[in-house]
Ligand binder design. Sequence first.
Ligand SMILES: Cc1cc2nc3c(=O)[nH]c(=O)nc-3n(C[C@H](O)[C@H](O)[C@H](O)COP(=O)(O)OP(=O)(O)OC[C@H]3O[C@@H](n4cnc5c(N)ncnc54)[C@H](O)[C@@H]3O)c2cc1C
Length: 542
Amino acid sequence: MRKIWRNVYNWGDPEKPIDKTIEHHINHFKHLLGIDGDRHDLPLNANAQQEVKLDKKSKLTRAALKDLMRFVGSDNVKVDDFSRARHSFGKYYADILKMRMGKVAHPPDAVVCPRTEEDLIKVINYCNTKRIAVVPWGAGSSVTRALEADKGGIALDLSVHLKDVLSLNAEDSTVTVEAGILGPDLEQYLNERGYTCGHFPQSFEFSTVGGWVAARGAGQASTGYGRIEDLLVGLRIVTPAGVISCGNYPAASVGGDIRHFVLGSEGTLGAISRVTLRVRKYNAANSILKSYMFKSFEQAVAAMRDMMQSQVYPPHFFRISDPEETEIGLGMKGKDKGITGALLNMLGFKKGGRSLMYAIFEGDPRQCKLGERVLGKFVRRHGGLSLGSYATRKWLEQRYSSAYMRDPMMDAGIRIDTLETSVHYSRLVELWQAVRAYIKSDGQTLCLTHISHTYETGANLYFIFASPMLLKDELNQFEKFHRGIVETFIAHGGTLSHHHGVGRLVSPLLTKQHSPATLEAWRAVKKALDPKGIMNPGALIF
Ligand SMILES: Cc1cc2nc3c(=O)[nH]c(=O)nc-3n(C[C@H](O)[C@H](O)[C@H](O)COP(=O)(O)OP(=O)(O)OC[C@H]3O[C@@H](n4cnc5c(N)ncnc54)[C@H](O)[C@@H]3O)c2cc1C
C-alpha cells in the first residue's frame, strides 16, 4: 500500500474504481445540492497523494521499543509516520477533515500488534508498570473520536493477528472468536456451516467483533437478532489488574454481571481478547422480503409500533425512511417520475409525505409467513400499500455502499455525516421534527432520516445530513452544528447515542444522561481494573 494520506482515511481500497451505482448516487446528491463537477481546488483535497509525514516524532524511548519488540516480535512494533497516522483517528467527519489537512495532534508513539493473548498480557502489564497509555484498536471505524492517543503511548491493534475463529459449538449454538476478527470473515465461516452471527453494522466490512462489543453497537438486523449485548455470551478481557473471563453460562444469578461494564467500555478497562457469541441457523431461501408505502411518516411509525407490540415475531430487518429519504431514494432510482411516480400520486401517496417501510423476515419459514401476514394487517390498518419486494431487495444489495460515498463526496466539497439516537414512541415524531428543523436551519442542507432498530417501547432515529462545505472555518462550524444536534436529542427525550458510542465526542454531555452516582460507580470500576489510568485515557469520562 502506498504511504499516502488518501490511504490513511479512505473507506475501502482507494485504488479500486468507484462502483457505477455509487457514482450515480453521488451525482444525484451533487445535483440536489447544486454542485457542479469536483472541487479539486479545495485545500481539503491537497494532500491526498502526498506521502504521510507527521510533525510529532515518537516519544517512546529506545529501551521501551526494544522491550515491546521482545514481547511481540520486531515486525509487530511500528513507528513509521504512515502506521502512526492510520492509528490516530476513526471515521468521524471531523477526523477525516483533519487528516485531509494533515492535522494530527495526537498520534500514538507506536503501533503494537500482539500475536496471541499471551503477547497482549505482557504488553499491558509492561505499559502499566511504565505508565504508557494504551488505546485498543479494532478496525478503526469508530465515529466518536474514541481512538485518539491524547497521551501518546501505543495503539494496540488486534486486527492484524488476533482474528481466528476458535470454535463453533453447534450443540450450544455459540461461536468463540479472537476479538480482532472482521465481520465478513466471521460471517463467511458461519454461513458455510449453516449459521449466521446476525450482527451487521453498516461498517460490517471494516469493523471487528471486539470493537462491536467495546462500542456496544447494533447491526442492521438488530430487531430480529438483537443488539451486540443480546448476542454476547462470554468474553475474555486483559486489564491492567488481570484477565477477566466471564459469562460462560446460558444465564446466571451470581450478583452483578461484569459483561455490562465491558460492553461499551471503549477500551477504557482493557483489551478484549476473545468473544463468544450466540449464533442462529440460517437459510437464505427462507427469507421473505417486503416493502410498503405509507402516506405519512407518522402512519408508518404507527404500523411499526403495532407490529413490535403484537407479540408476533417482528421482521429481523425493520426500517422506515422518512419522506425526504424516501424521495431521494426514489429519485436515485428514477422511480419518482414515470409510471410508478404517477401511480403513487394518484393513490394519494404524495411527495413530501410518503414514507417507505422495509421488512425482511428470516429464520423458520412458518414464523416468516406469520410475521408477513400480521405485518400486512397493520400496514392496511394504517393506510399503507404493499409494493412487493423490489425496494427491499435493492436496499439489501446496497446496504454497505453508502460508506463508500463519503470520500468522493468530500472530494466534491460536500459535508456529509450522520448522527443517531433512540427515543420512546411517545416522543419519536416530536424528536424527529425538532432535529429536522434544527438541521434545516443550517442553510442548504439535505436531511435524510430513517428508523433502523426497533423495540417494543421505541426505536432509533438515524439522521444523515449533507450540505456544501464552507470554504472558511469548516471544522469549527461543523463541530458546533454537530453538538447542536446532540443537544436537540437530549432536549426531546433522546439518548446521546443509540449504537455509535461516546468516545471523546459526546462525553462532555454524559452528565446529562447519567446521574452523578452512576458516574461515580463507573469511575470505581475503572479504578479497580485500571488504577493508573493507562487504558484509552480521555475516552468516556476518564
Ligand atoms: C460507515 C460507518 C457505519 C457504521 N455503522 C454502524 C452500525 O450500523 N452499527 C454500529 O453499531 N456501529 C456503526 N458504526 C460505528 C463503528 O463501526 C462501530 O462502533 C464498531 O463497532 C467499531 O468497531 P471497530 O472494530 O472498528 O473498533 P474501533 O473503531 O477500532 O474501536 C472502537 C472503540 O472500541 C475500542 N476497542 C476496539 N477493539 C477493542 C478490543 N478488542 N478491546 C477493547 N476495546 C476495543 C477502541 O478502543 C475504541 O474505543 C459505523 C461506522 C462507520 C464509519
